[in-house]
Design a protein around this ligand. Structure first.
Ligand code: AP5
Length: 208
């Protein structure tokens, strides 16, 4: 199954994509994680993306599309995948249609005040990408990853100014994709406001 997860920052796309990928045995492909890995490795792409991401703006379409196209050609993506954070603009969606067939686009619907709470309390384990929240999904030991005991960090773009800009960028550039996928007849919307187990249950129901 080839899926697109669509929704504003903090809607829970990464959290649910991680769980569903484990469940279905298909890769979770997050463009945000790929850019963060490129930054950590100080590749040319990472250096280009660094300031753009910290401000909460979008990395140029041509770089993003080329990165995803290459990733989808890898062996593990041939049995299906979950795209998390891509496409994010209409040109990205049109380009994706040229090299992939998307069966469903899942829209994560959450009110704005919940998004802000989720983003400002998010903590991540950088090497694995595991996601926590200080209140809603706390680690067993405060500030430490459950599996390795290593430090958790706050993402650079989870600071207040950047959050505000990311939400605006979502409204301006990504929200139009809701109509795009609705027009194709493969959009499903889930209420992503409840607790994680409930959201995961609904996700599995709409995909069944
Ligand atoms: P990216 O990494 O994709 O970030 P995002 O889309 O802004 O999404 P987030 O990761 O912030 O939110 P999420 O919906 O995954 O929520 P999460 O599960 O973590 O992109 C970052 C940047 O990279 C972009 O700004 C851009 O610069 C660049 N980029 C990426 N893709 C690009 C593209 N295609 N084109 C151009 N540029 C691109 O959950 C959030 C928090 O809530 C966590 O703490 C979690 O524990 C908690 N939580 C989750 N679900 C629940 C729940 N049900 N109840 C309570 N708490 C919950």
């Amino acid at each position: 199954m080839n899926l697109v997860f669509l929704g504003p920052p903090g809607a829970g796309k990464g959290t649910m994509a991680g769980r569903l990928a484990d469940d279905l045995g298909i890769p979770h492909i997050s463009t945000g994680d790929m850019f963060r890995a490129a930054m950590a490795n100080e590749t040319e792409l990472g250096l280009k993306a660094k300031a753009i991401m910290a401000a909460g703006d979008l990395v140029p379409d041509e770089l993003t599309i080329a990165m995803v196209k290459e990733r989808l050609s890898e062996a593990d993506a041939q049995k299906g995948y979950i795209l998390d954070g891509f496409p994010r603009t209409i040109p990205q969606a049109e380009a994706l249609d040229g090299f992939a067939t998307i069966e469903k686009a899942v829209r994560f619907d959450v009110e704005r005040d919940i998004l802000i709470k989720r983003l400002s309390g998010r903590r991540v384990h950088k090497p694995s990408g595991r996601i926590y929240h200080v209140e809603f999904s706390p680690p067993k030991v405060e500030g430490k990853d459950d599996e390795t005991g290593e430090e958790l960090i706050q993402r650079e773009d989870d600071k207040e100014d950047s959050i505000r800009n990311r939400l605006k960028v979502y409204d301006d550039q990504t929200a139009p994709l809701i109509d795009y996928y609705e027009g194709k007849g493969n959009l499903v919307t889930i209420d992503a406001a409840p607790a994680p187990d409930e959201v995961f249950g609904e996700l599995k129901r709409v995909l069944a």
